[in-house]
Design a protein around this ligand. Structure first.
Ligand code: ZN
Length: 187
């Protein structure tokens, strides 16, 4: 598995609309493996293929919930909570239903480092997609998983989380990104 470089805003490639995947084959699975390794390394909870420069409708998500600390003879074992890895792969995802109730989550993005904003999205969604083996799946998702899938699906349309913010907040983020970029070139 290879850790791939993550493209950062304002790189114009992040504005590209990704193409549907024709077949879930070994080449696509290799890409998904690399995307997952890249996401864990970053670290992040979701990554769309376009964030590593591939304009295909593919996402990986792992919320990496923190498990309960291990109890040992009544005392909690040292070492803190155990990480639970549950990688999920979404090929050609589509939202088929969304709830009327919205939820707000303070979102960040691996392509927009160190900047965050409160984004309002439907709290629950029903989505369908193809999994790692090309099997058709359909499921109702809520909470952070619903938020994360919607955030990643935005990437497939060339949309970034700050596009959902007020003009004032959006301008602030774009200004910071442009400055950071200039700084990098100068360094
Ligand atoms: Zn993102």
């Amino acid at each position: 598995m290879t850790i791939l470089p993550i493209i950062e805003a304002p790189d114009p490639r992040l504005r590209v609309v990704s193409e549907p995947v024709a077949a879930v084959d070994d080449a696509l699975r290799a890409l998904m493996d690399d995307m997952l390794a890249t996401m864990y390394d970053a670290p992040g909870i979701g990554l769309a293929a376009i964030q590593v420069g591939v304009a295909k409708r593919v996402l990986v998500i792992d919320l990496q919930r923190r498990g309960e600390p291990v109890e040992d003879g009544g005392s909690v074992e040292d070492g803190g909570p155990v990480e639970v890895r549950e990688p999920r792969y979404f090929v050609n995802p589509e939202i088929v239903w969304e709830s009327d109730e919205d939820g707000v989550y303070n979102e960040g993005c691996l392509s927009v480092p160190e900047l965050y904003g409160d984004v309002m999205r439907p709290q629950r969604i029903r989505a369908k997609w193809l999994d790692y083996n090309g099997k058709a799946c359909e499921e109702e998702l809520d909470g952070l998983m619903a938020t994360c899938l919607q955030h990643e699906m935005d990437h497939l349309e060339g949309i970034l989380f700050f596009d959902h913010l007020s003009k004032l907040k959006r301008d602030m983020i774009v200004k910071k990104l442009t400055k950071a970029k200039r700084g990098k070139i100068a360094a």
